[in-house]
Design a protein around this ligand. Sequence first.
Ligand SMILES: [Zn+2]
Length: 204
Amino acid sequence: MIIWGTYVTKKVVSTGQFYCPRCANHRAYKLRRPKKWGHLYWIPIIPMEEFDRYVECEGCKGAYQEIVLQHDPVRAQRDFEDNVSRMLCQVMCLMAGERDSVSPHLSDQVAASVRDILKIEMPPAAIQAVMSNGGNDLQAVLSNVEQQARLLSDRGKDMVLRAALAAATLPLTEARRTFASEVGKRLGMMPAHVSGVLAEFATN
Ligand SMILES: [Zn+2]
């Protein structure tokens, strides 16, 4: 009797770590490529059909489309926090006029605002590092504000503008008012809202 037929192999293409949606955590995975073979006496003879590659979780054994490897909410959240805390630090230091070295007082103030808005800790060394690495380039800072604003809620935007103004020495100079208005504009806030916040600080 001749034994022939088909069977499917699931070759491992690569391995790594990913965020498994079912485990809701980082897990090891195997990226597999299923392939159908025609066999004779169980010896693969003819490659017949290749199926879509899939990701297998080592934890729950769930199978996912390959695109799952690009989805990592934990990393996305961390990136968001890094980017917004850096932006906040930049605008506050520029408002305070401390472009290169950040005083301990301002450093505490930045850390407090980061804690308030993002619920994370930003150590003094990280704050200093932001300002030593291009944090004092006005135009770059403003375009960074614009970029990060897309991920901020209206309340978050309001908090960023207020934190920036709180870092400025009073009374507000014309240059600082202009900078604060521009920050509000780049945050995508309504002009009336920005003027209102500015007026509050001018009278305090
Ligand atoms: Zn899993």
